[in-house]
Design a protein around this ligand. Structure first.
Ligand code: PMT
Length: 223
């Protein structure tokens, strides 16, 4: 019996990697499995929220009872997030969005040739940073996967992107971050507070994160 503490709220959640094609066969991507973002979507759904899940390519089944939007590239994810942002009370960006994409997509398949070739990359827009500038009353939650000086780097992202909360994964720890069924996170708040969660399966971790987020939602502080 879960609390229905998210009734009446719209949660917009992103998950998984993005794929940035450089020809019609090959892509630039990350090791994100989507498990963390899907767990947040499920947990929010089970607590009564109306959930939209925007997912990059993963091997996971879309959870029932959520509006599911499949995207491939960072630019497609940006377009989909922006389309749903207006209705959202809470945005949770668990996706590992590629910071760069190949400057051009070659038609067909690049043939094997010289020993060394160069792939030119251009910056993708930062979805969260752009939305941070027009957040209004929304609660904005980012994730940060870091190796070394995890808290400092995550706090810099929290400030740069105008977030309410950032969930920092230390990817050097066993059982944390990309691909695993568990996560070990430090949660940083805009007001300087910091909460360390133990190693938890990703669904339990998602519930603990929502417990912390819910108190930041205007009108729900007392829960
Ligand atoms: O998918 P799993 O295998 O379960 O793994 C979970 C995870 C490790 C992918 C996830 O928990 C996580 O940490 N996601 C963020 C990965 C990351 O390093 O993000 P970042 O530091 O590049 O970006 C910080 C924040 O800005 C993120 O919320 C990201 O979604 C967002 N961002 C990043 C780049 C970009 N161009 N646009 C963005 O909105």
């Amino acid at each position: 019996f879960l609390p229905q503490d998210l009734k009446g709220l719209n949660f917009l959640v992103t998950a998984g990697p993005t794929w940035e094609p450089w020809d019609e066969v090959r892509v630039l991507t990350s090791r994100s499995s989507g498990k963390m973002g899907y767990a947040v979507a499920r947990a929010a759904r089970d607590r009564g929220a109306k959930v939209t899940l925007i997912s990059g390519p993963t091997g996971l089944l879309p959870p029932s009872g959520v509006e599911f939007v499949r995207v491939t590239t960072a630019l497609e994810m940006k377009e989909a997030v922006e389309r749903h942002f207006e209705q959202a009370d809470v945005l949770v960006m668990a996706a590992a969005v590629s910071d760069y994409r190949p400057s051009e997509q070659v038609a067909g398949k690049i043939k094997k040739g010289p020993e060394k070739i160069t792939l030119e990359l251009v910056r993708n827009p930062d979805i969260l940073e752009e939305l941070g500038r027009k957040k209004g009353k929304r609660v904005l939650v980012g994730f940060a996967a870091e190796a070394g000086e995890v808290v400092e780097k995550a706090r810099t992202k929290l400030k740069a992107k105008n977030l309410d909360l950032v969930v920092a994964n230390d990817i050097t720890q066993e059982g944390a971050g990309f691909g695993s069924d568990t996560n070990i996170v430090t949660v940083l708040f805009a007001d300087g507070r910091q909460v360390q969660l133990p190693r938890l399966d990703k669904l339990t971790c998602a519930h603990r994160l929502i417990d912390l987020m819910v108190k930041l939602i205007p009108g729900r502080e007392a829960q």
